[in-house]
Design a protein around this ligand. Structure first.
Ligand SMILES: *[C@@H]1O[C@H](CO)[C@@H](O)[C@H](O)[C@H]1NC(C)=O
Ligand SMILES: *[C@@H]1O[C@H](CO)[C@@H](O)[C@H](O)[C@H]1NC(C)=O
Ligand SMILES: [Cu+2]
Length: 193
């Protein structure tokens, strides 16, 4: 009997330690709009030396989002750098604090840390937790995230949000807003009726 209680307790603790959102595991997004490209531009400034862009787009399958990070000017010391989709856009003053916390539609929180082997249990916005941190000064990295959405009615939609790069000590190094770049071609030439 007692051992049964312990078994149940261990199972419960196991679930807690593994980390899963209050609303469950993240669901794969299958209906992302193919070819609609969103870009977050890092312009470089006195506040942040980072320049370059992060491109996000669904491929033909519409499943998940392909991310491409092309960045320059990350400080040589201070990494490895984490990067996340955050829950609010960068405010006018450019202060990355204004981007709030990670995009976390399943209400998982940051603890315990994301387990790369179980990406569905991670915060949707915790891209570096799921796909690996990066080091400076230059970054060229691509990956597909199955849980991020560019379909606006999905709670994991990040097309009007931001991406934030953090130092190893979690201080925010740089941030940028996603903007839609191009809509896929609708037929050929001429305005649509
Ligand atoms: C975090 O690390 C960076 C780079 O090493 C440093 O400039 C910054 O002051 C640190 N922030 C805190 C709060 O320690
Ligand atoms: C950014 O905003 C935070 C919180 O409002 C504030 O503490 C911090 O000083 C601001 N940083 C800059 C560089 O203005
Ligand atoms: Cu972050």
């Amino acid at each position: 009997m007692l051992s049964h209680v312990f078994t149940v307790l261990a199972a419960v603790l196991g679930v807690i330690a593994q980390g899963t959102g209050e609303l469950g595991d993240a669901m794969e997004v299958m209906n992302n709009p193919p070819g609609v490209t969103y870009v977050a531009m890092f312009e470089g400034s006195e506040m942040s030396p980072v320049m370059g862009e992060v491109v996000a787009m669904a491929d033909e399958s519409g499943t998940g989002i392909n991310f491409e990070l092309m960045l320059m000017g990350l400080p040589e010391n201070g990494g490895p750098y984490s990067y996340h989709l955050h829950a609010a856009p960068v405010p006018e003053d450019g202060n990355c604090t204004g981007t709030m916390a990670h995009l976390d539609p399943y209400m998982r929180g940051q603890n315990p840390p994301c387990d790369m082997e179980m990406p569905q249990t991670c915060e949707v916005g915790d891209l570096s937790g799921k796909h690996g941190k990066v080091d400076g000064p230059d970054v060229s990295k691509s990956f597909t995230d199955k849980y991020a959405a560019l379909e606006p009615s999905n709670d994991a939609f990040f097309g009007d949000l931001s991406i934030v790069i953090h130092y190893a000590n979690s201080t925010r190094l740089a941030c940028a807003n996603f903007m839609v770049e191009e809509m896929p071609m609708q037929g050929s030439g001429g305005p649509r009726k």
